[in-house]
Design a protein around this ligand. Sequence first.
Ligand code: GAL
Length: 658
Amino acid sequence: MKKNILYLLAFMILVSCGDDIPQGEKDNAFWLDQADLTAMQQDWSAAHANLSCDSNKLSIAGKSYDRGVGTHAVSKLMIDVHGSGERFKGAAGVDDECSEQASVEFFILGDEEILWQSGLMKVGYSAKSFDINISGIQKLALYVSDGGDYIHYDHADWVNVRITYHDSVPVLVHPYKARPYVLTPPPPKEPRINGPSVYGAGAGNQFLYRIPATGEKPIKFKVKGLPEGLNIYEESGLIRGKTPANGIYELSLIAENDYGKDEKKFRIIVGQGLALTPPMGWNSWNCWGLSVDQQKVKIAARAMEAIGLADHGWSYLNIDDGWEAAERTETGFLLANEKFPNMQQLATDIHNMGLKLGIYSSPGPTTCGGYLGSWEHELIDARTWAMWGIDYVKYDWCSYNDIAKDQSLPELKKPYIHFHEVLGQVDRDIVYSMCQYGRGDVWTWGEEVGGNLWRTTYDIVDTWSSMSGIGFRQGEYAAYAGPGHWNDPDMLVVGKVGWGPDLRESRLTPDEQYTHISLWALLSAPLLLGCDLAQMDAFTLNLLTNDEVLAVNQDALGKQATKVYDGIRYQVWAKELEDGSMAVGIFNIGKDTPIEAFNWTNDEQKLKITVGADQLGLTGIHKVRDLWRQQDIGTFEKTFGANVPHHGVVLLKLTPEE
Ligand code: GAL
């Protein structure tokens, strides 16, 4: 009996101290907190040795730990143990610094098998310990999932993690980095007019459109059918002047150089709203965050022209949060802070390049970055921006929560209705971008309150889980998008991003970036670059200057793609185009399992995907064009097979054969 009690006591001690380091642990253990943690990939922030994600002492369910690694879901790490490991020990849990939204699951994998999993864990759950026999295993992997919801506050701690081994010291494996590869062929020397075939403007307002065209410079531009009040500048291709009366104006744009000539039909629609195709441009947030300044915007504008983005239809330069002065003037004006010495001059310079300038504010007293918002100064702000020459306003939500009585629909709509009325009182075309992250199913009423676009989601980050999670969810909102009113799945995360003064390469793989641009094109999503345009590498530039891909986005019909096939490993999306053809994206989404999150072999993984005519609702023979390669690749009648890289895409245009 006594013996039994002793055993029970010993057992209780073992269980309650399961996440402690037992006395006498062998010295030759490999401790994770002493390794080079840059090998750990995670969807937010970076892994910290012996500290939490927010750099606090590691703490799980009120118990603090001296040793371990603070990470953030989705988190991945592979360790090569060379078949020489003995045991893998430690514990895991959600850090106490998290809010209640946190939920994760920890997995330990060995040579493509799950060796241990924690089950769903939330803040306040005691750490779960593990002690696993790993003899014979070559590769161990640690994975933290987002627990099936989004990655919000998913601060996950691996504590007291160590490997005991025989001979070879375990080594952390740095993630396999696929090489960027270019698919878009360079444009020919002869002129090609790009961009949309329709453009909306408001009668009597200033008109500005730069004809985007590639081809050897100099190019001479002409326009047939130009209404009175508008002029074409032959050298630059800028159409400027005063917008004529309401109506539809059919024009022909002409571009000519030493190698040839191109002509394109172009409709100016006056009085039926703005943004008749999704806005394309740049926004400062995903690169510079609050460190944006006038010089950086100027540099972005110059780069947009110099590297040729403007020749493919990229035109907006949107200043996000961080431009506002600390106080209004006595008469209530909100001026720019010292980082923007002359906003009006900036607008003039940008307009002289044929480009457009955007700004940011919030309906609440302060913005998300803590700057002054437009609360109770909406009209004076709109007038100021019109005077400066602003062409686009992103109107956020932050701090309006304190003003709204509740989260009912009338309260959610109120500030946006009001600001739309205010925009109607200024004589300037200002695109209205609503940014309240999808509250109250904004897609169902965004058009009614006058929005040209509305964010359907929280902020994007440059990871596969964020980009694909947001992008592939957009099908549900397809019916609400159309010319002048678009769903906005947030800005692009290709190129050099950083949300602050220090930039880094996007963490999306090249294939994931092809998916990102293809999907946003199919979704008729606003295309706003969130990277430093002055530091753009050849791969990113190539990715953003494929006119056939951009034409899918800018198609005048304005129909958002829908998902026509939803599988575990792949999805097929289709978008009807104005000319009767169909753009089809075949996406290899990978299976969302912990095992498949790792590339165990370092081989390129391709998946053969077959799409049937019935899935697309097509009959008859269709010509198939590969849009990224800009090549005709055969015909399609009953089925089409494509080899699609892991997390990659094949983007096609199917045109009925006459
Ligand atoms: C967020 C918004 C971001 C950015 C930021 C500025 O609410 O989603 O895109 O504008 O505010 O503080």
